[in-house]
Design a binder for this molecule. Structure first.
Ligand code: BGC
Length: 529
């Protein structure tokens, strides 16, 4: 009997099923938790008001900086918005050293970030940087330079933050393996600005942005269509979404300043913590084992079933169990009939299978991408995991389990998307009958995992209130570099609010094809040329 037909293997694959009924129940629960989060603080879905009250329309112009602290990398960019939906982006990226993710003090991490900003300015904006160093020596202002020559910067900080204004917010909790208790409760903008000022850099943080909000902004800036995107979502190392909500539905108190004229407010759902109570989320023994390995057990339970940081580890947990199970001869010479008889199939002791977090979600992408028997690419990948001579049958089993894990993740992703589409009422609004419902997405899963978006659509079609017709109107598109561009867009608006010294929002930009009358932007654009 082929290993794939082994009943124990079939049972494992089956445990990752998430049926249409499960999806529909979860959508109902998601909607309930969304409403709860709009009512009060301290709920599973945080539903954080961002004080961003409109989305851009593509005409915005100017040169801005943005930095992005995500789960794995720190990116520094400067973005020239061209005003026609296009932009020019210069960026640099460093991997965040593992020891800084769990540093003793917040200052250690933020000092590292400020140093990266200095290196970027020195390399890519040498003129501006040197002019500043000169000015610093001579000028009499406290920081040594005049405010108008300062780069406005958007800070994309992809962790849950209680936002109290467009450039102020305190860290609620760390996610994605970060754990620096010292930073919790502190204003992350102030922490970074303090380190930037210590280096006397000509940079002022004018916007604090979650990556999902950035993605929503960027998609609205560059996607075709009269109406902006309704949702920006990340399916990468972590997962989360931000959507445009009716201000009237936000019942909890809003503490910061904002422009109420649009009647809208962008909400950062922090859906990674959807259903921490596990009332509708699946919970296999391998999900339980994974949760115990994390610094935040019991939290981010949806994220731990959906996002790239965790899927490889779910796979590893399954493999560890299988290797102990005498009923499943995986990676053994027994029953590996198609194997080369001169080689011995075995998992070496050094294999990353035996190390926590040893399997990357990339290996699952390789499994999904190899559809040619005898699965040579996947078998090569397994060799790289220190598995000696894996057979075709071994690879088939690995592939079946990996695909089941990711398919469940995609169907769970559809739950959040469906609930938000239903919440916005766009599918039933007669005025929008011919309009697509636009969703901007970014992250390694949607970008690199074969057919992840197709699997999302398959589940969307099964949702009551969406169906075949509704799913056709939902347009999911990649917002590449979304978080950087989005942060720049918000920095632009915040800068204008500051200059005009009045509560003006992006809504104003919608009606003003700008820059010609905007000395700030003109200066910025010409300086970059
Ligand atoms: C964070 C979110 C973020 C998401 C995607 C999650 O772990 O809590 O704030 O948007 O990852 O990066």
């Amino acid at each position: 009997m082929s290993l794939l037909l082994n009943p124990h293997v079939k049972d494992i694959v089956h445990q990752f099923d998430y049926t249409d009924t499960d999806v529909n129940n979860a959508v109902k629960e998601f909607l309930r938790q969304m409403a709860e989060g709009l009512e009060r603080d301290g709920t599973s879905l945080s539903q954080i008001p961002t004080y961003v009250t409109a989305v851009p329309n593509g005409t915005e112009k100017g040169l801005y900086m943005a930095v992005d602290l995500g789960g794995t990398n720190f990116r520094v960019c400067s973005i020239k918005l061209n005003g026609d939906g296009s932009f020019y982006l210069t960026s640099s990226k460093v991997e965040i050293p593992k020891e800084l993710m769990v540093a003793k003090t917040a200052q250690e991490l933020f000092a590292f970030l400020a140093r990266q900003i200095a290196l970027f300015l020195e390399k890519h904006h040498t003129d501006r940087f040197e002019a500043h160093v000169r000015r610093r020596m001579t000028a009499s202002s406290p920081l040594g330079f005049r405010d108008e020559s300062v780069f406005r910067m958007g800070f994309t900080f992809s962790f849950p933050v209680r936002q109290v204004g467009v450039n102020r917010g305190t860290l609620i909790r760390w996610t994605k393996g970060f754990d620096i208790p010292d930073a919790v409760g502190k204003d992350v903008c102030a922490l970074l600005q303090a380190e930037i000022d210590k280096l006397h850099l000509p940079v002022k943080i004018t916007a604090l942005v979650n990556d999902t909000v950035g993605t929503l902004m960027a998609r609205s800036y560059s996607a075709p269509g009269k109406h902006g995107a309704v949702l920006g979502a990340i399916f990468g190392t972590g997962t989360n979404g931000a959507y445009v909500e009716q201000l009237s539905k936000v019942k909890k108190p809003l503490v910061g300043d904002y422009d109420a004229s649009t009647g809208l407010m962008v909400i950062n759902t922090e859906w990674g913590s959807f259903d921490n109570e596990l009332s509708v989320l699946p919970n296999t023994p391998w999900d339980i084992a994974l949760d115990k390995l994390t610094p935040n057990p019991g939290l981010q339970m949806y994220e731990k079933r959906v996002s790239g940081m965790f899927l490889g580890e779910v796979m590893r947990q399954v493999l560890l169990d299988i290797l102990k199970n005498p009923n499943i001869p995986l990676f053994k010479d027994v029953d590996s009939r198609s194997n080369d008889w001169t080689s011995v199939t075995e998992v070496r002791e050094t294999s990353p299978i035996f190390q926590p977090w040893g399997i990357d979600t990339k290996s699952l992408s390789v499994a999904a991408g190899d559809n040619m028997p005898p699965l040579p690419l996947l078998r090569g990948e397994l060799e790289s995991l220190d598995i000696n001579s894996p057979s075709f049958e071994d690879a088939q089993v690995f592939k079946a389990i990996a695909e089941a894990i990711v398919r469940r993740a995609a169907r769970l992703s559809a739950v959040a998307i469906a609930a938000i589409v239903l919440q916005t009422g766009k599918l039933t609004d007669p005025d929008l009958a011919d309009e697509p419902v636009d969703i901007g997405v970014d992250g390694s899963l949607v970008e690199h995992y074969p057919c992840f978006t197709d699997m999302i659509y398959e589940a969307l079609r099964a949702v009551d209130g969406i169906g075949e017709e509704g799913a056709k109107r939902i347009r999911i598109g990649i917002a590449k570099d979304g978080s950087g561009v989005g942060a720049a867009l918000i920095a632009l608006v915040a800068g204008r609010m500051e200059t005009a010294n009045e509560a003006a929002g992006i809504s104003e930009l919608r009606s003003t094809v700008n820059t010609v009358d905007d000395p700030e932007n003109e200066r910025a654009v010409s300086e970059s040329d």
